[in-house]
Ligand binder design. Structure first.
Ligand code: ZN
Ligand code: ZN
Length: 391
């Protein structure tokens, strides 16, 4: 049995290294748990055997049921297979023998949630932490992102919309982390990828039915496919949020997201705390008349005003970790009550609005053209030399 696996893994490595890689499915590399300083992890092969390579030369097979413990030891990795071997190396590489191979990662230090992924994993030493890179087929990565960003239980047209957005982001930002040795990270800095998604048939169907589709602007350039949870009834101009204008990010009124889970929020703050906060930021008034702190946003504004004092709403949102910058300030029962709408930066597509549009029978083309102005949905083809064509 071992002999059979050995031949299979040799063949697999040969295919990857010596045959023209373009005949295989397109792959991408993602840094996992990128926001954390991992010191020690457990890796569990799940669905089928994997070939393990240590420093490019020691090959072995591990099977579902095996447990591998990897820890940082100086600038090397300590690799222990329970009831098996104990080795030290600079790079650990685990390659699925089949395309549907899956594995689990369980961070021990720091203790974090266990996650499951498709594809291969390469672990190496980064400055004072383990660097975990998932080498995965693009479709499998997209399935994981659609599930992480779009949640479970979505309708087909919503999943198709999210698949196109995530694919557009992937190709536009494919080299964002290339100098660190991988394409994208798994956090909000890039696109959230905290699980595999290829086990969910509806998501795989949405990815296959929109195969290659991306969103381009009037110059046929890939757009920055920004989205957020709920716009609160009006999306933001990108200029107000990121100080950069894009023709496809004009603020629009959104009638679809009013009943979403994140359509409203409230935050109560004492008058004293609010006054102190304003003073820290240069306000010179006093609290004799707290009604003067009141402020209304019937439509999105960029600044909070009290008399002649102004403060960017974006700053208030960050300082108080508010769900959005789209809020009114009320003075009620001797307290300051922030009554907000929406969740997120408000730029681009509103996910809860898009879900409602799908519920009302709108298709992905209608949803995308509602939230992004003057864009087209086109087919993208990667030419495997960092170049691509759109047609
Ligand atoms: Zn990133
Ligand atoms: Zn909305």
């Amino acid at each position: 049995m071992k002999h059979k696996y050995w031949i299979l893994i040799q063949l697999h490595i040969f295919l990857l290294l010596f045959l023209n890689i373009s005949c295989l499915a397109e792959r991408i590399t993602i840094s996992l748990y990128n926001d954390y300083n991992l010191q020690s992890i457990i890796i569990l092969p799940e669905s089928s055997p994997f070939g393990v390579t240590l420093d490019n030369y020691i090959n072995m097979i591990i099977k579902p049921g095996d447990t591998l413990c990897l820890s940082l030891k100086g600038d090397s990795l300590d690799v222990v297979k329970l009831n098996g071997f104990h080795r030290t190396c600079r790079e650990f590489r685990m390659t699925g023998i089949n395309d549907d191979a899956t594995f689990k990662v369980n961070p021990v230090i720091p203790a974090l949630e266990e996650r499951e992924y498709d594809g291969d994993i390469i672990v190496s030493f980064d400055i004072n932490r383990l660097l975990l890179v998932n080498n995965v087929q693009v479709e499998q990565y997209l399935a994981g992102v659609v599930l992480s960003e779009g949640g479970p239980g979505g309708l087909p047209e919503y999943y198709k919309t999210q698949a196109i957005l995530c694919r557009t982001y992937l190709y536009k930002h494919k080299n964002k982390h290339i100098e660190e040795g991988f394409n994208l990270c798994d956090g909000v800095h890039c696109q959230v990828y905290k699980t595999r998604g290829s086990q969910i048939e509806k998501i795989i169907k949405a990815i296959n039915e929109t195969a290659g589709l991306v969103i381009v602007d009037r110059n046929s350039d890939l757009i920055t496919a920004a989205f957020h949870s709920n716009c609160g009834g009006q999306t933001s101009n990108s200029k107000d949020v990121w100080l950069k204008s894009f023709p496809y990010f004009e603020s629009i009124k959104d009638p679809y997201c009013h009943n979403g889970n994140n359509s409203t929020w409230t935050r109560t703050i004492s008058v004293e705390e609010w006054l102190n906060y304003l003073k820290e930021n240069g306000y010179r008034g006093n609290d004799v008349n707290s009604v003067s702190f009141e402020f209304k946003q019937p439509v999105r504004k960029t600044h909070y005003f009290v008399d002649d004092f102004i403060l960017p709403l974006k700053k208030i949102r960050n300082d108080w970790t508010l769900k959005s910058s789209f809020f009114n300030v009320n003075y009620e029962d001797n307290q300051i009550v922030l009554k907000g709408k929406g969740y997120g930066h408000g730029v681009g597509l509103c996910q809860e609005g898009a879900m409602e549009m799908a519920r009302q029978g709108k298709n992905f083309r209608q949803i995308i053209s509602f939230y992004y102005q003057d864009v087209k949905i086109k087919k993208f083809s990667n030419l495997h030399n960092n170049d691509y064509i759109i047609y």
